[in-house]
Design a binder for this molecule. Structure first.
Ligand code: IPE
Ligand code: IPE
Ligand code: MG
Length: 224
């Protein structure tokens, strides 16, 4: 049975779900947040140490302002209402990506990270304004400045995922088979699951099915 430390998820399909059931993409984002809460609970039940959630990419700024504003508002309210509760559950929140949001949200994110920084049960990495290419370019720039040798170990020291093991499982919901600039370096040996359901429709049962399937995969890492 494969050990399972880290699950990463591209939470895709909110917009389509919202349009289909409530004629509004934003309604889908709201419903998607409910799925986030369910999956956090299930991650804890499965004793998984790291959960990485792709919530907003460096490319998502192309979307209409109304949708972008709605998303960040949703996140702001979520943190205001839930950060104490996450802290009580011994959950650490870490942001991947660059914090270039409103002053209020930047502060709230810093506060949430700092408050929960010593927690050890589950680390949630929330990828916000995250793009893997940008992360890699920044890492190479930093290595160059440090005059260290360019090798895997040194590069990983400058990635935002430093101290985080690579994902064992990558899930993408929403019936789309692409990576959309997410953790390109870190998923070199992840087991990838493309899930047809849209994120708001994804359930604990779907999550557990993937975990069970993962446990029996023969992971070679180049060996036989
Ligand atoms: C959620 O899904 C991902 C985010 C960028 C918040 P989408 O909003 O991309 O939903 P679809 O793919 O348009 O259905
Ligand atoms: C990927 O979904 C980003 C997130 C889930 C946050 P997108 O919906 O932005 O991906 P593309 O644009 O369809 O590739
Ligand atoms: Mg999408």
């Amino acid at each position: 049975m494969n050990p399972l430390k880290h699950v990463a998820i591209i939470m895709d399909g909110n917009g389509r779900w919202g349009l289909k059931y409530e004629n509004s993409r934003n309604a889908g984002h709201k419903a998607g947040l409910k799925t986030v809460e369910k999956i956090i609970k299930e991650t804890i039940k499965n004793k998984i140490r790291f959960l990485t959630l792709f919530a907003f990419s460096t490319e998502n700024w192309k979307r209409p302002k109304k949708e972008v504003d709605y998303l960040f508002n949703l996140l702001e309210n979520f943190l205001i209402n839930k950060i104490d509760n996450l802290h009580k559950q011994n959950i650490r929140l870490k942001i991947l990506g660059s914090k270039k949001f409103s002053n209020k949200l930047n502060k709230l994110l810093d506060y949430s990270e700092k408050k929960t920084s010593k927690n050890t049960k589950l680390q949630i990495n929330l990828a916000l304004n995250y793009g893997s290419k940008l992360e890699l370019i920044d890492a190479f720039k930093k290595i160059k400045r440090s005059h260290n040798k360019i090798n895997e170990k040194n590069l990983e020291k400058y990635l935002q995922t430093k101290h985080i093991p690579d994902p064992d499982i990558l899930i993408r919901t929403g019936n789309t088979r692409r990576l959309s600039n997410f953790l390109l370096w870190q998923i070199a040996y992840s087991e990838i699951f493309f899930e047809k359901k849209l994120w708001p429709a994804f359930t604990e049962k779907d999550f557990n099915k993937i975990i069970i399937e993962y446990k029996d995969i023969k992971r070679n890492f180049g060996n036989i």
